[in-house]
Each structure stands twice: as structure tokens, then as C-alpha cells.
Design a protein around this ligand. Sequence first.
Ligand code: DGJ
Length: 719
Amino acid sequence: MIKYHAETRTFFLHGRTTSYVFRVCPEGDLEHIHYGKRVGEDDFSCLVPASELSFSPVPPGAVRQGFSLNVMAGEYGGYGQGDFRTPSALIARQDGEICSRFVYRGHRFRAPDFGDLPCARGGETLEVELSDLCSNVLLRLYYTVFEEDDVVCRAAEFINAGQSAVTLRRAFSFAVDLEGGDYDVFRLAGRHLAERTPERTDLGHGTLEICSMRGASSHQMNPFGALIARGAGEDEGECYGAELLYSGSFSLRFERGETERVRISGGIDDTNFSWKLEPGERFITPQAALAFSAEGLGGLSRRFHDFLRARVIPKRDVFAPRPIVVNNWEATYFDFTAEKLFALIDEAAQLGVDTFVLDDGWFGKRNSDKSSLGDWTVNEEKLAGGLAPLAERCHRRGLKFGIWFEPEMVSEDSELFRAHPDWAIGKPPRCTGRNQYILDFSRADVSDYLYGRMAEILSRYGVDYVKWDMNRHMTEFFSAALPADRQGELQHRYLLNVYALARRLKKEFPDVFFEGCSGGGGRFDAGMLAFFPQIWTSDDTDAYERAKIQWGTSYAYPMSAMSCHVSVCPNHQTGRTTPFSSRGALASLGATGYELDLCALTGEEKGQVAEQIANYKKIARLVLEGDCYRLSDPFKSNYFAMMTVSKDKSEAYAVGMTALAVPADFSRRIRLKGLDGRGEYLVEELGVKFCGASLMNAGLSMPRLNDFSAWSLHLHRVG
Ligand code: DGJ
């Protein structure tokens, strides 16, 4: 709910339990007042007196003694008029000056047009229009309130209302200056095969930046960050989170300044960003979702999960049963024939798998990662008869047929590159990454070509599922199609056309299910989730490593977004052997599937596959819709445990794993969370009943386990 009090010129943005409050101060600037637990609609002006601070410039038009933008808690940082903290926008005029001061012009209730950018569905949007006193640019700040989810989405739009061009050198989505306190910053860092490792550090004075300059949101740093009150933990204490609906280079900054306030701001990374605005032109930023929780990081995660499921992930897919997949990548890599795949399809059908996904290597002359990206025609030498017999075999056996694409890439050794060398980003000599170049998606002819190739394959073979991969990061940021003064637009234009292609294909093929991937989880973000309801979480399929990766991912993203497969042992990434049952248990905490040669399994393992699938079908709704609780942190202990509880608390599913067996480990209980304390639950696997409060407060004894053994429990409320 959004309320405006004209007498005090104050905006109240209320969620179910939170309030975000700001006002137009006497000088006309927007002044942040409160973000946190819900408050009344009072006159808060006495909370924000202007007070003098040495070396804080007084801007023109100050009406209060000592007023300085350097001291004010703001809603969007200007530059060059005395605010020495991180500017939210840098606008260069034709005379070369960069200076901005944004003052209130008016407001209305209206959602903007995000063009090709993903945006959250629904909500109530406030548009506050400000004029830049230093240029002829109008700034519109958008606040979309999702009352039920307790989330506020922010975005900014720039309109050149002058007679000459200006250049945006930075255009962040949001900024907010929170009251001072002792805070830590929490982020999800990592690398390929080890994505989203949680890290919490003290925010001292200065700026802590979370960013990617790779043209993709990246394995290395996720576009999610949180500011946590020092005493807060998993289940208690105050924290603020910010998550960008964006999949490219980004920046999130946490800045503690001399007033002790903390400015959180962010959006598109500006290391190599600029956007030229001719008179009358506009630029809109990606959305940033902000959430506050007084129930620790656990509460914050559940807020984001609910928001992403209700507002971002495609409605049609979000709660629909997910395909149970067998993917041939780790089973065959590039070395397959139609016969090999037929056998895999037949076995999959027998075991209850419902989708076969043909991974990399089916096109061009691709027998290794050295060639053919861009040549999206079937490799008939390898697949006698082409794709049709495979698709038909799947459909005859009752399986869906899925296929892998890496649309954004081109191999040097490809027909496409030989025909269009200027379609690759950069000028020679260029870096390669996995022997490939990146296609210049800022060009419409490039994305149109890809649309044509993909649409042809999807319609000709009745494809039901697409895995969309992206296996390198950007270098040599140059487009042959952009003029010199627009080269800084390349990365953002690239992404807009990637989103546009995904949107166009989804619209044209509404029944096709799209999974995202980027060398595992290299583009696991809320922008991608707007098109891809699930994303391949990591190329690391080792059950123990996956426990950590899925744990880390859950801070920002729901279980249903994580694509998780059982793979073979010794594991291809770590060489580790873990029990088949553990691999199944871990993979059941997401969109499950198999990534191995089902034909090569022992009879016992095949039995386990059938059981795992049957079990998954029983708990799938909990994975899709439930509230996620983290129970035991595998980064800090020998034990991993997580659970999901249905919204009505009638059912729950918990999975745990012991890393290394510990002798005489007799007294180790696991306390469950999120249950109905007064309810009585039957623990299916143990055949015992417990009161919810007992399960949460006394806990259950964890079974004594061998190395990397897992357990799973399915609970039903019976009283
Ligand atoms: C990286 C992906 O993460 C893998 O699952 C697989 O699809 C390979 N690419 C294929 O090249």
C-alpha cells in the first residue's frame, strides 16, 4: 500500500510487516526516513533535522541552516553538489561538466515501460519525478510495492528534456541511505564449480562493492547482497537484502560514511558503461528488489523466494510439475551416436524419467569444444537420420524431447564466423574462452539470425525443452555496429537482445520449457529467472559440493529454481565417491534429474532411480511451493540439513548429509523449523509421531552415518 501525506510531503510504502518512508525535504530533495519494521503515518520531520558537519558543502537553494546533501539521508545520490558518497548517476553534458542535483517535481501512480528488460509482475507503483538542476534531464524514480511479499522494487528512468545530447556515465537502479549501525555485509561469491559461497564480513568505513565486469552476472559474484545487523543470524535479527533483476555486469555498493549511515546502491556496472541520450530520448534501468527481514537471513531468503515465485518466474511454469530429466552430457560428453542415445532414452522411459535432453555436440561438426557454435544444423555424420528419429523415439516412449543451445556464441571454426566475422564482439586479435567468441547480440541482425535457427529446430522436431547455455565471459568490448560514442552501450544492448530473444521464443513456443545455464550457475540471477524457471545450478555435481552450492544459492533463490542432477561416481569434478542415495537426496532439493548413463547402472542402482523418482513425485509440491529453512550449515560444520515446509504447515520434507563420519557421534540432534508447534506430525520414515514443538525444540537424533551419507524425512501433520 502506498500513501502520500501532502502536509508533510511524505510517502509511506507499506508492506505486510514493513514500511519504507521518505519525504520531500524543504529544499526539494528526497530524504529517506525509515526502512524496516512497519511504522505509523506520523510526521517524521523532527527525526531528520539539518545539522552542520564540517567540510559539507551547502548547495544553492538551502533553506535550512547547515543543510548539506553530504549529511542528508537520500533516495538517489547526485554528484557535484556536495554529496561525497557514491553517486547514483553521472550525467555528462555537452560542455563536459558532470553535475547533478535531483529535486522533486511531482508524482503519480504509474508503472513504467521496461521495454525488453525483465520486470516483476503486478504491485503498486509510485513514480516520483525529479528534475536535475544541473542538466536538462528528468529523473523518474519508480517504487513498486509488493505488499504481500514485503518487497519494494526500485528503478530509475532518465529523460533528456533538453536540446542537446547528454551521456549517462552511470545509471544505477537505486540508492537508499539507511540509519547508522554496526553492520556486516553478506554476499554470494565463488567460481566455476563453486558458485554462491556465502561470505559475511564487517562493513567498516568506506565502500564494499559486489560486482561483475564480465558481461554476465557471473559465478564469481552474484547480484545479491545483504546488510546484516551485527547480532543478526539465520533466524533472528534485522537484515536488508538487494537483488538485481539483471544478468549482466553489475555493481552493488555498501558504503558507510562519516555520518555512520549506510548507503546501499547499485545497478549496471559502469566500468565500461555509457548511454547517449539525444533530446527526447529515455533510458530505463533494470529493477532492483529490496527486502527487509527482522527474522534474520532465513526470513530474508523466504521473502525473496516468495517474491521471485509470485512475481518474477514465469507464471505458467513456476508451480507446474517440473520435467524429471535425463541429460546425456556427463553420460557421453561429445562422444555419442544415435544408437547410444536410443538406449539411454529406452532405459529412461523404463525407470520413470519423463524428459530426455540432448546436450552439446549435436550440430555442425562439433566433436569437441573447438568448433561449430553458431552452425545450428544437425550433425548427420554423428546422428544418422538427424534429430527426427531421436525426437520420435522420445515421444513414442512417452518422454519429452529436450535440446541444448548456446545461442550467444560462435566458434572461430564455424560456417557462421567465416560468413560474418564482424558478428563477433571485439576486433582481432581477440581472447578466446573455451575456444569461442561471443556474438554481438547488440545487433538485431544477429539475434534475428539466432531466432530463425532456433525456431526452425524447435518447430521441425517438436522440441519440448531447451537448455540455454553460455560458456564464456566478455572481453574486448567492441561492436562493429556501434559508433564510437555508443561503444559503452554494448553490454546493455547485448543483454536487452538476449532477453528479447528468450521472450520471443517463449511467446512463439509457449509449450516449450526453458532451462537456463551458464557453465553451470554462471548466470543464476533474478533477470534470467524471469524467462527460465530453473537454472542448472553448477557443473559440480558431486553430492557434497552440491550440498554447499545449493545451501548458498538458497539465500537468494528458491529451491524450485535450482536444477539438480544425480551423476556418476567417482564424480567427474572431484573424483569423490558418494552413495547413490545421497546423490538422489541432494538432487531432490530442486528440479531433479539424472546426468549419467542410466544403461550402465547396476540393477540395484536402477531400483534406486525408480524409488527416487517415486519419492520425488511425493515431495515435488514442497520443493516448488514450500518455505525453505536452512538447518545445518555445511560451510561451518560437518553436517548439512535443509527443509521445506508447506505454506499451511501440514507437510514438510527435510534432507541432511554428514560430510565425514565421526566415531562415537552419539548426541547429535537436528532441530526442525517452520512447523506448526501445536500440530502433531508423523515422521514417515521413522514411523513415529511427534509434536511440532518437540521437533523444533528438542529435535530428532540424526542417524549415525558413513562418509557423505544422507537422510531424508517426510513429515505429515496428523493432529
Ligand atoms: C556447460 C554446462 O553447464 C554443461 O551442463 C554442459 O551443457 C556443457 N556446458 C556443454 O558444453
